[in-house]
Design a protein around this ligand. Structure first.
Ligand code: A2P
Length: 285
């Protein structure tokens, strides 16, 4: 088990680049003051890793917050993602330019393909993913992105990318108690791809679960803290989202306890629940 002692201890990616072990999620964070204030709050509380995406439509506000926070750029780890309509070589390069412009940055720490092109929507889905990857690889080699990866990819989507010059360093997937995506989880661990967990709280659906609440009581922690720590103890990097200052803080207070092996087993074997239902081969966006 990894031994993280604070939110800026790091995972090391397969290219040697380091990524803080707790990220601040911003999916469903509304643009404008809410996003600006949430990010400033997070940075003030010590978060240095912020996860956004063009599709979240809050990059401009996040850029503003980063600027206002006055933190040295090198201390921050900023991730964004290329949206589905921009898949392909040229369009990915253009999307990247818009993203760093909106974020007011001159490089990204991590850029991800947000969703795989799938067989359900495209005959040449594999080739589309490879073309998008070619653009990502070029941006990576030019130094405009320090690490590259994918999101919501299953092993069959990853396969072709694994045979290219630069292999994905990260796969950001839905991962929480009741939905561990075992096949993708194993594939990424076997291939040295760091898994990031989106919706580690199941967009909040985990928090009323009696098993998690009972376990939380034992450690004098909240169910949210158990969910976040559980990700880390499973070697995945959690990206909890909150716009509420007390919760943003609570979600960092996870380094002063360890979930026992027995309790990990109990959570790992919970039956399916709380999933978003967004299957990468079936989504219609
Ligand atoms: P809010 O943003 O209003 O504070 P996920 O990260 O799994 O997508 O979950 C995000 C949801 O969980 C949001 O609705 C967020 O609410 C809520 N949330 C985040 N942290 C906590 C917490 N510590 N306790 C309760 N709810 C939380």
């Amino acid at each position: 088990m990894n031994n993280f002692s604070n939110l800026n201890d790091t995972f090391t990616l397969n290219n040697g680049y380091k990524i803080p072990c707790l990220g601040f999620g911003t999916w469903q964070t509304p643009d404008g003051d809410t996003a600006v204030n949430a990010v400033i709050e997070a940075v003030n509380l010590g978060y240095r890793h912020i996860d956004t995406a063009a599709a979240y439509k809050n990059e401009k506000s996040i850029g503003k917050a980063i600027k206002e926070s006055n933190i040295n750029r090198k201390e921050l780890f900023i991730t964004s993602k290329v949206w589905n309509k921009d898949r392909g070589y040229k369009t990915t390069l253009e999307a990247f330019d818009k993203t760093i412009n909106d974020l007011q940055l001159d490089y990204l720490d991590l850029y991800l393909i947000h969703w795989p092109a799938s067989e359900n929507q495209f005959k040449d889905w594999d080739n589309i993913n490879l073309e998008t990857w070619r653009a990502m690889t070029e941006l990576y080699k030019s130094g405009k992105i320090k690490s590259i990866g994918v999101s919501n990819f299953m092993p069959h989507h990853l396969k072709s990318l694994m045979n290219t010059e630069i292999k994905p360093m990260v796969n950001q997937i839905e991962f929480h108690a009741g939905f561990m995506q075992e096949e993708t989880f194993k594939y990424c661990n076997d291939n040295n791809i760091v898994i990031e967990a989106w919706s580690p709280l199941g967009t909040g659906k985990m928090l009323d679960n009696n098993i998690l609440k009972e376990i939380a009581k034992k450690y004098n922690k909240s169910a949210a803290q158990i969910c976040i720590k559980w990700c880390l103890q499973n070697n995945t990097l959690p990206l909890p989202k909150s716009v509420t200052p007390s919760r943003i803080k609570e979600n960092t207070e996870i380094f002063d306890f360890v979930i026992s092996e027995d309790d990990m087993k109990t959570i790992n074997s919970m039956p399916y629940f709380g999933g978003s239902g967004l299957h990468p081969d079936k989504v219609d966006f």
